[in-house]
Design a protein around this ligand. Sequence first.
Ligand SMILES: NC(=O)c1ccc[n+]([C@@H]2O[C@H](COP(=O)([O-])OP(=O)(O)OC[C@H]3O[C@@H](n4cnc5c(N)ncnc54)[C@H](OP(=O)(O)O)[C@@H]3O)[C@@H](O)[C@H]2O)c1
Length: 234
Amino acid sequence: MADGQIIVTGGSKGIGAAIASELDARRFPVVCLSRTGTSDVGQAIACDMTDEAAVRTAFARIAEQGTIVGLVNNAGVHIPGAIATLSVEEFNKTIALNTTAVMVAVREAYPHLKDNGGTIVNIGSFFDKLGVPDNLAYCASKAAVAAMTRCMAVEWARDRIRVTNVAPGYIETDLNRDYLARPKVRDWMKQRIPVGAPGSVADVARLVAAIICEKIDFLTGETIYVDGAQGMNH
Ligand SMILES: NC(=O)c1ccc[n+]([C@@H]2O[C@H](COP(=O)([O-])OP(=O)(O)OC[C@H]3O[C@@H](n4cnc5c(N)ncnc54)[C@H](OP(=O)(O)O)[C@@H]3O)[C@@H](O)[C@H]2O)c1
């Protein structure tokens, strides 16, 4: 049995569900937060991560039932839209979950982590360093996560809280499986991704679990890309 609970936001499906399963397999008690409040493993709690009061209540409830040793900020949204017609409402919707909710979650986790140290893993994206058409809000939201990761790392190093930003490239999930299977898209991916194809949710989950399990104190503040080298491909 691992030494305490890990909170995984957006653990009901996709990458978050794979992270929860991988941590469960490594004997961590996992608590998954999502709007639907479902999960394949561990405990599931319904919590909209953009609802500040709900997040505070959920974290307090989790802390009451045992020690918290980690937080994976995975819940995210991707709403494409051309800059010329992007509304403030649409922009803010992306920022609210991908960025502001990450700030609220780490702030609420901090009092529970600071006495014994712990690990925070934020799920960013390799879009954080790219210029992507129709993705201004998403790219900005994930670049902010990388910046916030660096700030948390330096501010909380004295509390032995390690913070890492895991930034995936194209990962096959239920949402994009049909799209990625289109012959034209598959051919494009084959050319653009040096390893030849999108990654799997297990690729991301194993990296996140390794970071949490290995507890490498000197690894903090960094963005680690898991993108088959696409982001650095010329
Ligand atoms: N898939 C990719 O290719 C890819 C690439 C790079 C980065 N990422 C990042 O990886 C993360 C997971 O992506 P994914 O592809 O697995 O997405 P997904 O399949 O759409 O899953 C999103 C998860 O977030 C939860 N969620 C959505 N809104 C929420 C809210 N307001 N409060 C709480 N939970 C919420 C969803 O559960 P409910 O619907 O039950 O709330 C679900 O569990 C995101 O941060 C995404 O930006 C994905």
